[in-house]
Design a protein around this ligand. Structure first.
Ligand code: G3P
Length: 223
């Protein structure tokens, strides 16, 4: 299980975080984790997974898997194959890759069976509470309207963070990450003060002119 609090960086399909550049970015983030002692994980494209995981020590997650068993499925990836390839975890139900609740349950339960962590993304406190019943390793609540923007969830929706944490805790003891618009250490500090166990971030790192210093600033908010 990922050490908490943590910063999880989703590489998405940003050109700055895909292919050869993904490996370079992953190495940079790995060096910050080593230097600062902070817990950092990354979520990458499956095509980049092997090259990245051979280059870094930080946990490497996939951004998605499909809720299918082995068999006649074309162009799919399942949890079991991801586990065989050594992934540390899987982002599930990201806002840009929504799933049905039964698919989420399938992925989470199969991941548990093969010892792979799951971070299930949600869009609000009520959906977070519903997902808590499935007992993923972590939940990451991200208001979709703030994703990719410059105003963080900590600043724009602090009440959604506390409500999510309270509703999740009533159902199961599952760490809650928050994300959307996270850009600096202050955003991270505020999220943690509100009870979050870390942040899920993308553009604040992947599109930063200086990803090393951008990540150093973010992790300073956890210290
Ligand atoms: O997966 C994290 C993501 O959805 C948040 O994106 O660019 O607002 O940090 P961003």
């Amino acid at each position: 299980m990922l050490r908490l609090p943590a910063v999880v960086v989703n590489f998405k399909l940003y050109p700055q975080a895909s292919g050869t550049k993904a490996v370079m970015l992953a190495r940079m983030l790995d060096s910050v984790a080593r230097e600062t002692g902070a817990s950092v994980a990354i979520a990458v494209n499956p095509l980049d997974f092997h090259q990245i995981s051979e280059a870094v020590d930080i946990p490497v997650y996939l951004q998605h898997v499909d809720a299918v068993d082995f068999g006649a499925h074309t162009g799919r990836i399942n949890v079991e194959l991801a586990a065989e390839h050594g992934v540390s975890g899987i982002l599930v139900n990201h806002s840009e890759r929504r799933l049905t609740i039964s698919d989420i349950e399938h992925i989470v339960s199969h991941a548990r069976d093969v010892g792979v962590d799951t971070i299930v993304c949600t869009n609000n406190p009520a959906v977070s509470a519903a997902v808590a019943a499935i007992e993923p390793t972590m939940i990451a609540m991200e208001p979709p309207e703030l994703i990719g923007g410059d105003i963080s969830v900590s600043k724009a929706r602090p009440e959604a963070i506390t409500e999510t944490i309270n509703r999740v805790k009533r159902i199961a003891d599952i760490p809650v990450l928050v994300g959307a618009g996270v850009k600096n250490g202050e955003d991270v500090r505020k999220a943690i003060q509100l009870g979050a166990s870390g942040v899920l971030v993308a553009s604040g790192i992947t599109k930063a002119h200086d990803p090393v210093n951008a990540l150093k600033d973010l992790v300073a908010g956890m210290m």
